[in-house]
Design a protein around this ligand. Structure first.
Ligand SMILES: [Zn+2]
Length: 139
């Protein structure tokens, strides 16, 4: 194997999700832990369901499109951003809205948005951290 091929391979596998419920690949998606007895969904790891106290979970993919159900403009640091809750087919996802101006006029409740991913930069080994956000859906 030549040096060139080696570095190419590295850049393909050198991606890690910034949060562990983000599943990377050709079509990235979010994954939740769903309680097998009551269907409550959690993005963080749980030992027991907060609704029914059962402890069996299965991993389920979350819809990659949804509607903004609440949002706020966050003025922290030099660039304001939009923090939002998106309803993805019944599952609430907290996220940052991307590719939208951080003003109350440019974000609407009920607005259709879709999942997107972006690089948060590389570490010294060239491993890229990938984060997710939602952006306005074109349709
Ligand atoms: Zn439950």
């Amino acid at each position: 194997m030549s040096e060139n091929q080696k570095s190419e391979q590295k850049s393909k596998t050198g991606e890690i999700p910034f949060v562990d419920y983000l599943v990377l690949g050709e079509d990235p998606y979010l994954q939740a832990n769903e309680c097998e007895s009551c269907g409550a969904r959690y993005f963080d790891r749980r030992n027991a369901c907060a609704s029914c106290f059962e402890d069996n979970f299965r991993q389920v993919p979350i819809a990659t499109e949804g509607e903004v159900t609440s949002f706020s403009i966050v003025q922290m640091g030099p660039i304001p951003y939009v923090s939002a809750v998106v309803d993805c087919d019944g599952t609430s996802v907290k996220c940052t809205l991307m590719n939208v101006e951080a003003t109350p006029e440019s974000v609407k409740l009920g607005m259709n948005v879709k999942l997107m991913t972006y690089s948060m930069g590389e570490d010294s080994e060239g491993v890229e951290a990938i984060a997710f956000g939602f952006e306005p859906a074109s349709s």
